[in-house]
Design a protein around this ligand. Sequence first.
Ligand SMILES: Cc1ncc(COP(=O)(O)O)c(C=O)c1O
Length: 350
Amino acid sequence: MKMHKNVRNSLKKLSLPIPIQKYFLSQNWDMDLGSNTNPFGGDFSNYPDVMQLDLKKLYLKRILSINPPPSFKAALDEDNVLFTAGSMEGIDLLLRAFPDPNQDLVCIPSPTFSAYAHWSIINGLQVKKIPLLGKNLNQIDVESIIKLNPKLLFICNPNNPIGTLISHAILKKLCQSLNGFVVIDEAYIEFSDQHSSLFYLKEYPNLIILRTFSKGWGLAGVRCGAVIAHKTIIDTLRYIQYPFSISIPSQQAVRKVLTTPDKVFETWKKIKKMRRDLHIQLSQRKNVIKIFESHTNFLMIALHNFEEVNRGLKQEKIHVLDCSSELLQSIRVSIGTEEQNQKFFEIIAK
Ligand SMILES: Cc1ncc(COP(=O)(O)O)c(C=O)c1O
């Protein structure tokens, strides 16, 4: 299995982890006496399926049927997918596979999901934050990123914690112009009406999509995400990923939701409606300065009486994300159940 040419220099001669070599390099076997497992154990006594071919097929079928652009012809297959232990693992794998520590630059828009900078620093990488621009914080200075020539650029789309979307025109320009990888984290794409960048994957060899089952699919406790990219990128990540990181119960839970997805699709519609309703309700309050137009399952709200609201929320033991270090007097609140949203609204309205 070939590694991508832009893999970290120190990894160029690495072999696949020994426990998974047998799945990729040798013939089939009927009896496994090479894994030292307990043959008298129960349902989980063997290691999980490493290839997950059926699951990947099912996953692609589902996600490629959601809101495709009219001209799209599907051309992705199982070789383009790697399941990960949450998309957090996907972020870390990319940082460990490609940029060289103490040498390469990772570009990250600001504000955005904190994990990109956090794990970049852990991996000894230099981070450059690029401010998001415009009143919806969904514009970015493409030329300045091109000049910086990052090995990886992370774009969260729709963006956490703002909730807004960057246009396909900007994303395509970035993919066309950068030598490095453009990683588009679509953790919240299920709550958006804009189609996924997945549909452009074949056009751009440097495009990488991150997905998760933690948000729209309702499986945060299962810890499963996916990296979707060109085969050599996926193959390279196999050299880095811990063997067997997707457990048997995780695979079972993912299979179940993908086999019978209608219930979950209904929740996406419901959450979008609740988001609209809460947005309208909140925008009528005088203490609300601004609510960003959200394409996610949360709202970013700037408040005149930020301190007072925070005190009220704490008193009621309601946790929201304090975003005031990045956006003045702002909190990010998830769309909850009807009762939870009502309780939150009452505190804002008090
Ligand atoms: C933008 C974004 N990406 C990735 C993640 C991580 O998700 P997971 O639970 O799949 O690790 C989150 C979680 O909040 C997120 O907001």
